[in-house]
Design a binder for this molecule. Structure first.
Ligand SMILES: Cc1ncc(COP(=O)(O)O)c(C=O)c1O
Length: 356
């Protein structure tokens, strides 16, 4: 089976973990601080705060922006559940707008009409490794004084017009095992806002300013130094990993001819967390997926049920319709594009897709 993702764990990662074990400094110590510095520099922001997952990154970022009950956060429904879950756990309401069929990201044309007096933030989801159209989203947010909390969980090192994902507002990243770089579980918050930085640092550690002195109600969302050591080793390879993904994606784009393949618009650097094709207007998508899986290709559907159609979300926000989102969830198939693919595997994937 050619798996949809394959975490890379090399000698550097193993050595780094052993060094942490030998140091006796296991949780949120010097390796975490070094990882945060390295991540902030990569994103071109002042602060990065390491946390336990992408989900906790999203949740803390929202709390740090003061989002809570009675507030609305505008976002996409074509994403992983964590995007909306983080909003719901603050007590705020997710307000979903439709996406663009060619990028799978928030449609900026739909944004302004969704803003109400309760809207406090916009959460653009940079899906599959591709940044939202921030040149159009940011001026609207500025005009309405809305915070931007980016769900960049799938988009480490992606950029748009020279600006990195996670640097347009407050950024949130996942470092889960299948991501472009990973720490097993893990997440990162990025920001230029010192108040947001301070708030997130305290929230992740029980609101503790000094040992056992708690300024406010907080959580344990700390990262372990064991994880940070893996993350630091992966940072050294990030550029190379993403370049290999890019080469694979370009090869697919060049050679696949029976399906709609994803295109990259000028100004964007795509990091290809997923290479997502659209099949046959959705009519035979499930049969196509089975055909690929039967041939030994670990293709998958991200995401078969958009969030506004999940039962618990429906209960929270009521019935809404998002035609493009719903259509995309019927059409998409994501293919293995990870850096560990061999040339033979890449050719085999092309051959099988062209048979669909
Ligand atoms: C778009 C998106 N948002 C949020 C998350 C949550 O990240 P984590 O699994 O690290 O909690 C993920 C992870 O899969 C994701 O893909």
């Amino acid at each position: 089976m050619i798996y949809i993702s394959k975490p890379f764990i090399g000698e550097a990662e193993k050595k780094a973990v052993m060094e942490v074990l030998d140091s006796g400094f296991i949780v949120q110590g010097p390796r975490t601080a070094a990882f945060e510095q390295s991540f902030a520099a990569m994103c071109g922001v002042k602060h990065a705060i390491a946390v336990s997952s992408g989900t906790s990154a999203l949740f803390l970022a929202l709390l740090a922006h003061g989002i809570g009950p009675g507030d609305e956060v505008i976002t996409s429904a074509f994403t992983f559940a964590a995007t909306a879950n983080a909003i719901l756990f603050t007590g705020a309401k997710p307000v979903f707008i439709d996406i663009e069929p060619d990028t799978f990201n928030l449609d900026p044309d739909k944004l302004e009409a969704a803003i109400t007096p309760h809207t406090k933030a916009v959460m653009p989801v940079h899906l599959y490794g591709y940044v939202c159209d921030m040149d159009r989203i940011m001026p609207i947010c500025e005009r309405h004084n809305l915070a931007i909390v980016e769900d960049a969980c799938q988009s480490v090192q992606a950029s748009y017009n020279g600006r990195m994902a996670g640097s347009f507002g407050t950024g949130t990243f996942s470092l889960y095992a299948t991501k472009n770089i990973m720490t097993g579980e893990g997440g990162m918050i990025t920001t230029n806002d010192s108040a947001v930085d301070q708030k997130c640092r305290l929230l992740r550690n029980h609101g503790m300013t000094r040992r056992y002195y708690h300024d406010f109600l907080g959580f344990n969302f700390r990262m372990m130094d064991l994880q940070a050591a893996i993350g630091l080793a992966q940072m050294d390879r990030l550029e190379e990993f993403n370049n290999r993904r890019r080469i694979n994606a370009e090869y697919f784009n060049l050679h696949m001819n029976s399906v709609v393949t994803p295109k990259v618009k000028p100004g964007y650097v795509h990091v290809w967390h997923q290479f997502t094709i659209r099949v046959d207007g959705g009519r035979n998508r499930d049969a196509a997926l089975k055909q690929l899986n039967d041939a030994g290709i670990g293709a998958g559907i991200y995401y078969p049920v958009p969030l506004h159609q999940q039962a618990y979300v429906r209960e929270a926000i009521g019935e809404i319709s998002l035609p493009v989102t719903e259509q995309m969830s019927r059409e998409v198939i994501s293919l293995p594009v990870h850096p560990m693919l061999t040339d033979q595997e890449r050719d085999f994937i092309v051959e099988q897709v062209n048979k669909l």
